[in-house]
Design a protein around this ligand. Structure first.
Ligand code: UT7
Length: 331
């Protein structure tokens, strides 16, 4: 196969479970308020998976919509990358279950990728590089999370922030030059692992009655510290990729940031000296869906007509690790 000139997004899809949990409902079970959650984060409600609804189920919904948007069939896919921190099971990869549920060929390369909230950008860059190698034709890249299964619903400092959902993109080659993924910048502050983690359930602290009692199998976050790194990481990731490609911030038509906190997004807008109208924000309706947040927002932005041919879009994210990433896409 000749090496493709560009790797492009051919279609997108998104899914959120039907159940909507509002701030007011949360305030009935924990010591919080709609006013606190909205003023500190911008979040008003989030979607919560139904009992028995798995991460792979949500991924399949989003993937079917992305395939339809791309006008492709399951048989056209030969690479499946799933970004998630909430796999159906610790092993095997959720990508294998999604492959089966979608009816993808058994010769599809399937794997999960864990870069937390930066996961979709990591997966997009990985898939584009694999398509760019000429050895794969069409990739499905899915960011999906069932965060309701790992948050501690008794911990008001974290449980109000997160939600469930899935977003997918189909990637393929294009003969058009200078379109699709123009570039990506990935990185990590690996000295900050402890700021946002699930302490138990891995090889360091296997699940035990003790880890259950200490609630260490739930997500723990030092919110204030993570906030500072999030602003720094997203600013650096945005600045580096713009500089690397000689692009001025005001050439960006739309920024799709990770949807963690409206105050973080406002800081990035200030740093890039761009008005908030250039930022796509939907965290008020979804909360933080980690790896799913950018692909859900990307799909909503496309369907809302916020992305047009020729536009330049900047994706920028930050998450546990602490990872960060940015990507530039020309449509
Ligand atoms: O996506 C992965 C990356 N994650 C993030 O980017 C999250 C980054 N962090 C944040 O978004 C913010 O730090 C939070 C939204 C988590 C918290 O906002 P904050 O302004 O940093 O608040 P805080 O943690 O300093 O808490 C302020 C007060 C505390 O009370 P005292 O100690 O001042 O009396 C908390 O106990 O608010 C209290 N508090 C709450 N009150 C009502 C904490 N959570 C709640 C709550 N409802 N849910």
């Amino acid at each position: 196969m000749p090496l493709p000139v560009s790797t492009v997004i051919l279609g997108t899809g998104a899914y959120a479970p039907a159940r909507v949990l509002t701030n007011t409902e949360l305030a009935l079970t924990i010591d919080t308020s709609d006013e606190w959650i909205v003023s500190r984060s911008g979040i008003r409600e989030r979607h919560i998976a139904a009992p028995g609804e798995m991460t792979s189920d949500m991924a399949v919904h989003a993937a079917r919509l992305a395939l339809a948007d791309a006008k492709l069939q399951p048989a056209d896919i030969d690479l499946l990358v799933i970004a998630t921190i909430t796999p159906d099971m610790p092993m095997p990869a959720t990508a294998c279950s999604v492959q089966h549920k979608l009816g993808l060929s058994t010769s599809t390369a399937c794997f999960d990728l864990n870069a937390a909230c930066s996961g979709f950008i990591y997966a997009l860059d990985t898939a584009c590089a694999m398509i760019g190698s000429g050895r794969y034709r069409h990739a499905l890249v899915i960011g999906v999370e069932k965060l309701s299964s790992i948050v501690d619903w008794t911990d008001r400092t974290t449980c109000v922030l997160f939600g469930d959902g899935a977003g997918a993109a189909v990637i393929g080659a294009s003969a058009r030059p200078a379109v699709g993924l123009i570039g990506a910048k990935l990185g990590s502050y690996g000295d900050c692992v402890d700021l946002l983690c699930i302490p138990a359930g891995g090889s360091n602290t296997p699940a035990s009655t003790g880890s259950l009692a200490s609630r260490d199998h739930f997500l723990k976050m030092k919110g204030k510290e993570v906030f500072k790194y999030a602003v720094r990481g997203m600013e650096e990731a945005a600045r580096d990729i713009l500089e690397q490609h000689g692009i001025a911030a005001n050439q960006i038509n739309l920024v799709i940031p990770h949807q963690a906190n409206l105050r973080i997004i406002e800081s990035i807008a200030q740093y890039l000296e761009l008005p908030m109208e250039r930022f796509f924000v939907n965290l008020d309706r979804y909360g933080n869906t980690s790896a799913a947040s950018i692909p859900i927002a990307l799909d909503e932005a496309r369907r809302a007509g916020r992305i047009n041919p020729g536009d330049l879009t900047l994706l920028v994210a930050f998450g546990a690790g602490l990872t960060y990433g940015s990507a530039l896409i020309r449509w």
